[in-house]
Design a protein around this ligand. Structure first.
Ligand SMILES: *[C@@H]1O[C@H](CO)[C@@H](O)[C@H](O)[C@H]1NC(C)=O
Ligand SMILES: *[C@@H]1O[C@H](CO)[C@@H](O)[C@H](O)[C@H]1NC(C)=O
Ligand SMILES: *[C@@H]1O[C@H](CO)[C@@H](O)[C@H](O)[C@H]1NC(C)=O
Ligand SMILES: *[C@@H]1O[C@H](CO)[C@@H](O)[C@H](O)[C@H]1NC(C)=O
Length: 248
């Protein structure tokens, strides 16, 4: 079985190579196994070249399967695209160059973009007593974050008091408490995400807890008034219909 696969590969490989050599991509920085290592805000330039003479010389570029608009004069025989600046959304994006008339003649490269968590600044949060505390920070980073911490007034949040729950789903880190109590929950919170190659990134939340207010149920009252008004209107309209019919 193994032998059969090896033989199949022997026959497959040269045909793949001859297909991909019709168009090829050169890039700066250079790719390794089809992957270009880069980081946020950097520039990546890609040049696609048509190898040899072909009837159709027009090239097209795709980013994750979506066509990239090219200027005239940047389509025949050779076409270049420049990713400047590289953004977080380019991480994992695949750039494909292909012959316009035959998409089976194509070449691709994929970007691997390193970035740190994008955290900064301070946010004011005001809660009433007994409301729930729900803070979250974006923890996405490449390479993945190695540490995620939450602090309250400068010391690590104590999970044994205050009913705090911390959850990390790889996208967000969340700090939650079901019912806030001013003495336990008011203060300055800080989330910090550290990823290799980047320093720690933090965001703060100034949480103020105010007295509980009794809320007047405004919405149900409005709904009730609307229903009464509509019913009256419908009654009048249907009466008018009857009257109109009589008039004919
Ligand atoms: C261009 O085509 C020639 C002939 O088919 C081949 O030998 C060569 O390796 C190709 N070059 C590239 C960069 O694919
Ligand atoms: C593309 O290459 C062909 C053949 O090599 C050549 O005749 C043609 O002039 C080239 N076109 C451009 C725009 O360079
Ligand atoms: C596209 O190129 C492939 C490989 O050379 C070939 O087998 C196929 O017939 C071509 N398709 C068209 C529509 O020309
Ligand atoms: C945090 O510090 C503020 C200001 O010093 C203080 O009012 C608050 O009670 C502290 N919060 C906790 C939970 O210790």
């Amino acid at each position: 079985m193994k032998l059969m696969i090896s033989i199949a590969l022997l026959f497959l490989l040269p045909s793949c190579a001859s297909q991909t050599s019709v168009v090829y991509i050169e890039s700066s920085p250079e790719p390794l196994d089809g992957v270009i290592q880069t980081k946020i805000k950097d520039t990546v330039s890609l040049v696609c070249t048509l190898n040899g003479t072909h009837e159709d010389k027009e090239l097209v570029w795709l980013r994750n399967g979506a066509m990239i608009k090219l200027n005239d004069g940047n389509k025949e025989n050779r076409s270049c695209v420049c990713i400047n600046p590289v953004i977080q959304k380019d991480d994992g994006a695949t750039f494909t160059c292909q012959l316009k008339s035959n998409s089976s003649h194509s070449a691709s490269v994929t970007l691997d973009v390193t970035y740190s968590a994008d955290l900064s600044g301070s946010e004011e949060v005001t809660l009433e007593e007994e409301e729930s505390l729900d803070l979250q920070c974006d923890m996405r980073a490449n390479p993945l974050a190695t540490s995620v911490t939450w602090k309250l007034n400068g010391t690590l949040v104590d999970l044994s008091t205050g009913g705090f729950i911390i959850t990390n789903d790889g996208i967000n880190t969340k700090l939650y408490a079901k019912k806030v109590d001013r003495s336990l929950h008011e203060g300055s919170y800080e989330c910090t995400v550290t990823s290799p190659g980047y320093g720690p990134q933090s965001k703060t939340f100034q949480v103020t807890v105010t007295d509980k207010t009794i809320k007047f149920p405004l919405m149900p009252t409005i709904a009730g008034v609307v229903v009464v008004a509509l019913t009256t209107l419908l009654a009048i309209v249907s009466r008018w219909r009857v009257i109109a019919k009589c008039c004919k």
